[in-house]
Design a binder for this molecule. Structure first.
Ligand code: DHB
Length: 421
């Protein structure tokens, strides 16, 4: 774990209104693809790193703490040691260590704010929802973690790849009917400190894949309706075709995003399906929008039938590298496979803990409006579940923004300053 403190705090100085006792503790992680997320530092030139975020946060007066977290490919003495839920256990251990040493470490332990992107966004989200949940107790004890609270104040979350057990179904709810995909395919892990190697690939669905897509789409409709999410006391639902108030709510965020772009003088492509009259967004042609952003993943999008994706690999165990984590993919599998323990799958889903654990009060969730790595439904469900449970949620889908994070640090830090005031 690396701890960085604005220099002024060593001289009783003040930065942006904070001092060594009141500064928020900002905890970005470097998890991507559920790979190991090593501890980070300003000037870090290796992959993965969010060193620019660290520098900006320090300049803004935050204490920054970067903990190394285990990931799915990590081994020791011939055993896998980074499978789920290791990344969350490590992050909790880091938070407990900070609390345990709060008299020695500058910053306010009542103002711990996590931050991450994609799988790292999922990490931030799960840490945010699961404060002090009993599930983690044996893992933390086994690790020798301090007996302290691991609840946090707020979570900054970019495009979280989470709710994995429902993500395949959500993807088909969104993209079913678009039978070609185009993406960069993972070729191999990078050399140490280097990004993974990818190449361009496209594909067209077989009749069998089209059938799976339709089946998964129906699964999502059942799932969504079981959540009983509401907005302004109106329940969000979907009919058998996948249409309804939930879809309208998702479209609302995209229309709002296009409007904001227009208001800021940015271009909104005519091909996007966004209808504009006199600089006002009046409608969104959903199908046109999806054809515009294109489908990225095949079917099933996450729990793929050959277990080549990051997600089945996350749910391996000490000796088995990958497992399916949905009964759908276990039943349709093209390889010899086992089904992961349901408890472990649920344990890494941030939704599991809302209404149950000590969930952070403040949330800032961003998911790019052209992100195709997971369905728009996934962040909308997270944001809405949190709102419905009474938490403060700032959610938006920035226009023309792909799968990425930390692109609006000025706004993120304004939000942090506001909730810490
Ligand atoms: C990430 C992206 C994905 O598309 C995915 O399935 C898992 C993780 C990531 O960037 O962390």
């Amino acid at each position: 774990m690396n701890i960085f403190v604005p220099l002024a705090y060593f001289h009783e100085g003040i930065v942006n209104g904070y001092d060594k006792d009141t500064a928020p503790i900002f905890m970005p992680n470097t998890i991507g693809g559920y790979m190991p997320g090593p501890r980070d530092y300003p000037g870090n030139k290796t992959y993965p790193s969010s060193q620019k975020t660290i520098i900006a946060a320090l300049n803004h007066g935050y204490v920054v703490i970067s903990a190394g977290l285990r990931g799915r490919t990590l081994t020791a003495e011939g055993e896998n040691i980074g499978k789920a839920p290791a990344f969350l256990v490590d992050m909790k251990a880091a938070i407990r260590y900070i609390r345990h040493n709060q008299d020695l470490i500058p910053g306010d332990t009542n103002k711990i704010i996590t931050n991450g992107t994609s799988a790292g966004g999922a990490t931030s989200a799960a840490i945010g929802t699961s404060g002090d949940d009993a599930y983690f107790e044996p893992f933390l004890k086994n690790l020798g973690a301090a007996t302290e609270s691991d609840k946090i104040f707020a979570a900054s979350v970019y495009c979280p790849i989470h709710n994995l057990e429902n993500a395949d179904a959500a993807y088909e709810w969104e993209f079913s009917g678009i039978n070609t995909w185009q993406r960069k395919i993972f070729v191999k892990d990078g050399a140490p400190g280097q990004p993974p190697v990818f190449e361009d690939a496209t594909g067209t669905f077989t009749p069998e894949e089209m059938e799976m897509s339709a089946e998964l789409k129906q699964e999502f409709i059942t799932y969504l309706n079981s959540l009983h999410l509401t907005v302004d006391q109106t329940e969000l639902t979907l009919d058998n075709d996948g249409q309804g108030s939930f879809l309208n709510y998702v479209k609302y965020f995209i229309k709002q995003s296009a409007q904001k772009a227009l208001d800021e003088g940015k271009a909104v492509s005519k091909d996007s399906g966004v209808k504009v009259e006199n600089e006002v967004v009046t409608d969104l042609d959903w199908s046109k929008y999806l054809h515009f952003i294109t489908r990225m993943k095949s079917v099933p999008a996450f729990d793929d039938l050959e277990m080549k994706n990051p997600e089945p690999n996350l749910f391996g165990d000490g000796t088995i590298d990958s497992k399916h984590f949905t009964t759908f993919s276990q039943e349709h599998s093209k390889v010899t496979s086992q089904l992961a323990d349901e408890k472990t799958v649920k344990a890494v889903n941030p939704l599991t803990y809302i209404g149950k654990a000590k969930t952070a009060q403040y949330w800032r969730i961003r998911h790019g409006a052209s992100d195709r790595d997971t369905s728009f439904a996934i962040p909308v469900i997270l944001a809405t579940t949190l709102k419905n449970a009474g938490y403060q949620v700032d959610f938006a889908m920035p226009w023309n923004t792909p799968h990425s994070g930390d692109y609006d640090l000025r706004d993120l830090f304004s939000w942090i300053d506001k909730i810490c005031a």
